[in-house]
Design a protein around this ligand. Sequence first.
Ligand code: TA6
Length: 301
Amino acid sequence: MDIDQLNIDYGIADQLTFVKGNGGLPFILISNAGATALISVYAAQILSFQPTTECEDLLFLSQKSYYEEGKAIRGGIPICWPWFGPDPKDLDRPDHGFVRNGLWAVLATTAIADNETRIILRFEETIQSKSYWRQAFTLDLEISVGDTLTLKLVTRNTGNKVFSITQALHAYLHVGDISQVQILGLEGSDYLDKLDDSVQKHQSGAVTFLEEVDRIYTETQNEWIIDDSSFNRQIKITATSNKTMVVWNPWEATSTKIPDLEPVDYQHFICLEAGNVDTDTIEILPGNEYSLLTNFKITRD
Ligand code: TA6
């Protein structure tokens, strides 16, 4: 991608600039009156979002992350699509689908106000992506960077056959100290415990972290709060169109097996992933579309 051309076509004076980022990948730098943000066009991944009123980023990004075509970036908000987790058909296709390690295109950039910038990115099909998934589709990510961060992931069926997807916005949310954090909004929900043969269990109080956690909460509400006393802040997440919420923290032992994470990194993030996962599979008819909408807001008591 030609960075100069992207700036000519889509740059916005005083708000949005394209730069050559890590590994030479095209990145978008946004700075408006509401927030600063860094977005990789490769993978359509938000890497950083920080409201101007805050001194800590909303997102965790691994210092050991890869920035290479074909590999996922560890941190920020990767997009899992058109399947979540391991290949559902066991055909040796990539975990979490193929758009988190593929090239996207820039469709539009707009200054909505002095404190809000909107970007639309579209996944570009490649020969390789077609070898993974033969459906006819467009996949757009609409990003709104302002006092809060809003993402809308829109899947359109442009073919003449129905298809099904699972998906998630795999957000790595930055926390000061995992042992001082609780998640509110999942009390009373059932979950599948992926660390215990996906046995169904029940969440009775707030979710706290004392060990590795890898769970799919089913039939959840649409608002969750990460209450982080170590950063003295709350991250409020709202979503529409999803029944499932995934919660993941690898803790220390599993982290040591993940080459692009430092063993201590687990102390500083929680993955809280709004999505349509497992039984919440979405069927999209020809000519129809489906939108997963999520908003992230930092608040203080
Ligand atoms: O979202 C939780 C999860 O599916 C975990 O099971 C864990 O494997 C994690 O995602 C990270 O997956 P990745 O393929 O990015 O290493």
